[in-house]
Ligand binder design. Structure first.
Ligand code: GH3
Ligand code: MG
Ligand code: MG
Ligand code: MG
Length: 312
């Protein structure tokens, strides 16, 4: 799996482990045939009915699914429909493998979002070649989807992703009446830093700061994004003010502890950040823009009152 938060260069170089294939068929003999085709080069997972396949896709999403059409219970078409309707599984390519050779069935399967339709009995070489082609396309499109949301300099999420996620998390928090914390932070006197040490050193410092920020996040759903030039945002879903405040202080401390020299700063002899925290309580009026404005005004207050501090 590609980690969304690794730097872009590493992403491009990364060699994936063995791709994961899910074979779904109600006949054990068919599963065995497929297993023989793919074991070795792939991690092969198996399901003997539609319900099991859907559950597996949720808990351990495969890179591609070979899906039988005729099965008792949920048939393959219904499984495909459900996978495509769910944002977390819609990107998994589905290949139907079926004894149906009727063009109407094939058309129906492709219209449901499957990438291919293979007739049983399968020819092992053909099915291997098709799977390889679809996996290559899948990995390329995964990478593109990820690059669209990553900041090229630092490898953390970009503003586009931040804007999308803060709205998503606000809606989720409203639905669940759960808290949501937002931290905005900005590097202090960074213009002076560039003027003194050069733009290249400035870029390096932003990379170091990003890496330090990431170490402060505790849960998989927490994220850091580059909000603007030398400004970052942290979204902390399901996090109360009391739980977010220590994180805000830790962000400030971790950046200071990087000890990147900044001789022309008026705050310290090293790079520091100013941090603004705002929390939406479980039950809240207003909208997501109010939360962003509040975090921003706390950040501004941290700037006004001396920088290198947290305001909340
Ligand atoms: P303050 O403490 O009030 O935030 O002062 P500041 O100098 O940090 O703020 P200001 O907005 O005046 O300047 C921000 C600087 O950040 C100017 C810009 O050159 C620098 N910056 C923004 N993005 C990048 C970047 O990608 N790389 C580098 N090296 N510098 C950047
Ligand atoms: Mg069947
Ligand atoms: Mg600044
Ligand atoms: Mg700024």
């Amino acid at each position: 799996m590609i980690d969304l938060q690794t730097p872009v260069a590493e992403l491009l170089d990364s060699t994936h482990g063995k791709p994961k294939l899910l074979v779904v068929d109600d006949q054990p003999i068919n599963i065995q045939v497929m297993y023989r085709c793919f074991a070795g080069d792939y991690q092969v997972f198996m399901a003997t009915n539609g319900e099991q396949a859907l559950a597996l896709c949720k808990t351990n999403p495969p890179d591609l699914i070979l899906l039988d059409v005729v099965m008792p219970g949920l048939d393959g078409f219904e499984v495909c429909k459900q996978l495509k309707a769910d944002q977390s599984t819609s990107h998994i390519p589905v290949i139907f493998v079926t004894s149906h050779t009727d063009p109407a069935q094939e058309t129906h399967g492709l219209n449901l979002g499957a990438v291919d339709f293979i007739a049983k009995p399968v020819n092992p070489d053909v099915v291997r070649a098709r799977v390889k082609t679809h996996l290559t396309l899948k990995f390329q499109s995964d990478l593109l989807r990820k690059l669209v949301f990553l900041d090229g300099l630092t490898g953390v999420f970009n503003r586009r992703y931040f804007d999308q996620q803060i709205s998503t998390e606000w809606s989720r928090a409203s639905r669940n009446q759960s808290p949501l914390s937002l931290i905005l932070l900005d590097v202090d006197y960074f213009k002076r830093f560039n003027d003194q040490y050069g733009h290249q050193a400035g870029d390096d410092a932003l990379r170091l700061v990003s890496a330090a920020l990431k170490t402060c996040l505790r849960r998989p759903a927490d994220l850091v994004a580059r909000y603007g030039g030398e400004e970052f945002g942290c979204i902390l879903p399901d996090t109360s003010y009391e739980d977010a405040l220590p994180i805000a202080h830790e962000l400030e401390r971790k950046v200071r502890e990087l000890a990147v020299p900044h001789a022309s700063s008026s705050v310290d002899t090293v790079i520091t950040i100013s941090v603004g925290l705002a929390t939406r309580p479980g039950v809240a009026d207003g909208d997501v823009n109010a939360l962003v404005s509040l975090a921003d005004s706390q950040l501004y207050k941290a700037k006004r009152t001396g920088r290198g501090r947290v305001c909340s």
